[in-house]
Design a protein around this ligand. Structure first.
Ligand code: BG6
Length: 465
């Protein structure tokens, strides 16, 4: 059994991620009595204790549903220390050592832009803070294959591989874990789950908000790096992989890496890049920026199971709603007995955000003389009320040394390899209006496979479309 980390160091304490997701996660741990005794926040500028405490309180009130347990909140406040200083300076890391107050096995969590990863990792090493410690790295891991390799080399020159935890928070979501479970816990699925029966697969990740205060980060990333190459590719891997030998880290990584390795390298005409009107006027965004806020892709996984089955992925900001949905489009029946042959064939739909549900669409006859019917969705809905928030779960797992929900080196590099060409060789962004489904060019990409199916997050579970 791996020893538990005895402190958490949060680099990027004043950042968006800490504010939106990490403080609420730490509070949830405190409520369960599972908070580490020491949490050290690190960020660029000096702050008084009062400012630090207010920041944490405001975040939990706004993003974490409010403070419902006073003693747990007090415990969190007491655990927190803060170090303000330049990540390039050894003094910052000396101050961190002092703030750790004798903790021997800290987990260093890099919730900072990827451009700072190497500096922080090197300085942790130089300060002797890597010994018996863990390193938790936030995605994107690098900007492309070359920088991912470089980052890995730096991380592994300071930390052993089994102490490095690469977070893709999608893997900590119940609905995503359910994809793995649903696929391999149900025997009826397996015979259908291949190119003989599946015509295409499509996936939409829509967000109805823009880049907000994250313009500076977004300018270095764009949608492909921000959410497609990681979150959506992880979903592709769960859908497309062969049964792993076990649910353990190594076997899962190997099965996922095989999917990425089998991806046909993407080319410029497999991709549409969009940018919402107004993006160039956002804070910290270049007035002539060519960074995409929308991507649509067509990709192929050339394994015997999936050869020539197109996978369509789209993700974007300022779209009509906020949802993630996957649809597996089955082929039509081989005979055409009925008057309505040619209608949309069966499909399986996974709603992954904001709720979790699975709908299997089957045709059912309408009442009357004619043999016509319609697709009716048979539903299984998940009540997510008891869900542990992804960061709560993942930080807890990392501090306990359980890597099964993290991403391995091989899979990271294989995923970058698949997109490496189109990161540089790609069409210019096409403008789209906020509140629409992105550029029309993206519709053309999928036109031969029935078009995009828009998710409808308002829909009540158990209804029919
Ligand atoms: C993050 C991206 O990884 O995922 C964001 O950086 C995106 O741009 C977010 O909004 C979506 O995740 P969630 O869990 O908030 O839906």
């Amino acid at each position: 059994n791996a020893p538990h980390s005895d402190a958490l160091v949060l680099f990027g304490f004043t950042g968006d991620l800490a504010n939106k997701k990490i403080f609420p996660a730490l509070y949830a741990m405190a409520k369960r009595g599972e908070l580490v005794p020491r949490v050290v926040g690190v960020a660029g500028r000096a702050q008084t204790d009062e400012e630090v405490h207010r920041r944490v309180r405001d975040s939990i009130e706004k993003e974490g549903g409010g403070i419902t347990d006073g003693p747990a909140f007090d415990k969190l406040q007491q655990a927190i220390r803060y170090v303000g200083g330049d990540y390039n300076k050894p003094e910052t890391f000396e101050a961190l050592k002092t703030a750790l107050d004798g903790a021997k096995r800290p987990a260093h969590y890099l919730a900072v832009p990827p451009t700072l990863f190497e500096t922080v990792i090197q300085n942790l090493g130089k300060a002797g803070l890597a010994k018996d410690a863990r390193l938790i790295v936030e995605k994107p891991f690098g900007r492309d294959l070359a920088s991912a390799k470089e980052l890995d080399a730096v991380a592994r020159s300071v930390f052993p591989e089994d102490a490095i935890f690469r977070i893709d928070h999608y893997l900590g979501k119940e609905a995503i874990m359910n994809l793995l479970y649903f696929r391999f816990a149900n025997s009826f699925l397996e015979p259908l789950w291949c190119r003989d029966h599946v015509a295409s697969v499509q996936m939409t990740m829509s967000e109805d908000f823009g880049v907000g205060d994250r313009g500076a980060f977004y300018e270095t990333a764009g949608t492909l790096r921000d959410v497609v190459e990681n979150h959506l590719f992880q979903i592709v891997a769960l859908l497309a992989m062969e049964p792993p030998k076990s649910r353990g880290f190594a076997d899962l990584q190997a099965a996922k890496a095989d999917v990425f390795k089998a991806m046909r390298p993407l080319k410029a005409d497999d991709m549409v890049r969009g940018q919402y009107d107004g993006y160039r006027q956002e804070k910290d965004v270049a007035p002539d920026s060519d960074v995409e806020t929308y991507v649509a892709l067509r990709l192929f996984v050339d394994t015997p199971r999936w050869k020539d089955v197109p996978f369509y992925l789209r993700a974007g900001k300022k779209l009509p709603n906020t949802a993630v949905e996957v649809q597996i489009q089955f082929k039509p029946p081989r005979q055409a007995l009925f008057e309505d042959a040619g209608g949309r064939p069966n499909y399986l739909r996974f709603r992954l955000q904001p709720t979790s549900s699975i709908a299997l669409a089957a045709r059912v006859k309408d009442v009357g003389k004619r043999f016509v019917g319609e697709q009716r969705e048979l539903y299984a809905c998940e009540d997510l009320a008891g869900e542990e928030a992804p960061y709560d779960r993942l930080l807890g797992d990392a501090m306990a040394g359980d890597s099964s929900l993290f991403t391995g080196l091989e899979a990271v590099e294989a995923a970058w390899t698949a997109v490496d060409d189109i990161l540089v060789d790609h069409p210019k962004v096409v403008a789209y209006k906020p509140g629409t489904w992105g550029p029309a060019e993206a519709d053309a990409l999928i036109a031969n496979d029935g078009g995009w199916q828009a998710p409808n997050p308002e829909e009540a579970c158990g209804g029919n479309r």
